[in-house]
Design a protein around this ligand. Structure first.
Ligand SMILES: [Fe+2]
Ligand SMILES: [Fe+2]
Length: 202
């Protein structure tokens, strides 16, 4: 089994273990859209084929570690975060990225300064230009996944202030309220930041 297939198999196993209705349709749609081959970014963290599934697993791993440790300090709050919601939100928060990275051949200078053709990813939003977390939520609902309110809020707002900086005051107020009432949101946002910044750092 290749490393890429190992991550894909682990991702599917964790998703199926949630026992959620229609999870097979979600996996089928992810296959069709190219999720398992997609990179996690075009220039930053995990910008290689299969990077997106590996990043999603990293977010899941970090979220599980955080939940275990935070439960020692605030068991009352952490008890409101079901394990299957962590799997759903962590593994599926970035499905919006599955169709935005296109491989292109670019001319770049090599180590000795000679121009040569190299394959690289570029961003193209034209398949479904709808945003980020909100796009992931809509894609999953369309696949037939019955997301809980907390899962919707956690996926929608997982980018935190990276997302709301240029949005309206109404969006900022919505984001604040969601953070107040949904501990899953803070868990997924923090796990995403730690996965990209530390586990996937250069
Ligand atoms: Fe994201
Ligand atoms: Fe992410």
């Amino acid at each position: 089994m290749t490393v890429e297939n190992k991550y894909k198999a682990e991702f599917i196993e964790i998703l199926k273990a949630t026992g959620r209705e229609n999870i097979d349709y979600v996996i089928e749609d992810l296959e069709d859209i190219g999720f398992f081959e997609a990179p996690a970014s075009c220039k930053n963290h995990f910008n290689f084929e299969g990077g997106l599934v590996e990043h999603s697993l990293n977010v899941y791993r970090v979220a599980c570690i955080l939940k275990t440790e935070l439960a020692k300090l605030r068991p009352d709050v952490v008890s409101r975060i079901p394990d299957d919601s962590i799997a759903i939100a962590a593994l599926l928060h970035d499905v919006c990225k599955a169709d935005i990275y296109k491989k292109e051949t670019k001319k770049v200078r090599n180590e000795i300064g000679v121009w040569e053709a190299q394959e690289a990813y570029n961003i193209d939003y034209s398949d479904f230009p709808l945003g980020h977390g909100e796009k992931s939520v809509i894609m999953l609902l369309r696949s037939g996944l019955d997301l809980s309110d907390d899962e919707i809020m956690a996926i929608r707002w997982h980018m935190g202030s990276w997302d709301v900086a240029f949005q309206s005051s109404e969006m900022i107020a919505n984001n604040r309220k969601a953070k107040d009432i949904c501990p899953l949101l803070s868990l997924i946002h923090t796990a995403d930041t730690l996965a990209a910044g530390i586990l996937e750092g250069k």
